[in-house]
Design a protein around this ligand. Sequence first.
Ligand code: A2R
Length: 307
Amino acid sequence: MNTLVIGGGGFVGAYLIAELNAGGHRVHATKLPGEEIRGTCTIHDLDILQPEAVSALLEQLKPDWIFHLAAQSSVALSWKRPQLTVDVNVKGTLNLLEAVRRLAHQPRVLLIGSGEEYGPVHCCPVGEDTPLHPGNVYAATKACQGMLGEIYAKAYGMDLLCVRAFNHVGPGQAPMFVVSDFCRQTAAIELGQQEPVIRIGNLSAKRDFTDVRDVVRAYVLLAEKGIAGRVYNVGSGKAVEIRGILDLILAQSGAKIQAETDPAKLRPVDVPVVEADIRRLQEDTGWQRQIPLEQTIRDTLAYWRTE
Ligand code: A2R
């Protein structure tokens, strides 16, 4: 397949490009000017906010599959830069949908959204038909992305799937995410760069963590086998307490480390449990998680020890 990864310069992009290469696909990927892309692919500079440039690239490449990863992906930044977040995540997606609509052929498009779209849910595991109550600017833009996708799919018969990805983790992730943060601090302590105290937030929250390599495998399986017009949760289907993650990291480290609460890491409203219902993904694609959390932590620790 001739594939296009939009927003290939981010954390997930590098892994998705590797997965597509392993599957023998021809890979094109876009990045913002000045960014880098790791992985074997043909690289194109593209700002998703330039509608003519988006159209021109699609006309030129005529991809069979498009994975839309480009986003302002930080919840914290979405509070500080709401206009930018709406521009990139909503207008950017609209530019893509409009460009796809005008193509002579209809590629398969995966819009990558987020488990954040559900908001502070009280049903666990959360299924795709649960009403969305986004609780922050980022989540609202991703919910809007999905709604636009559904409208375009119905109105224009576009071959489109919406993905709601839950927490994904792995080597190379920015340290503003909890697993990466704990692993980075642990490696810094081991290397004598930080006093032997790890700063933590709310340890009792439970989240649904999946290795990024399993996540991108799900994306490719969805491109192959997903049913057009459907929404798919992508997650492990099993919530894990953050305290359990910290224990796994400390057990793998061997260093003597104390944990200390950092008020800055506590969220005013923290949802106690987030767990994805992944039956639809499993039934339609046969996806199963392959990489246990212990392995993800081992690899993420190894990454930070050499950074
Ligand atoms: O913000 P930057 O400089 O890191 O660039 C990000 C890029 N991006 C854009 N690409 C094209 N046109 C734009 N106007 C634009 N603004 C930002 O999208 C980054 O390289 C990429 C998204 O990658 P990450 O932020 O690392 O997200 P990650 O973890 O790879 O997640 C992929 C997707 C996102 O849509 C998330 O919202 C979703 O999975 O969970």
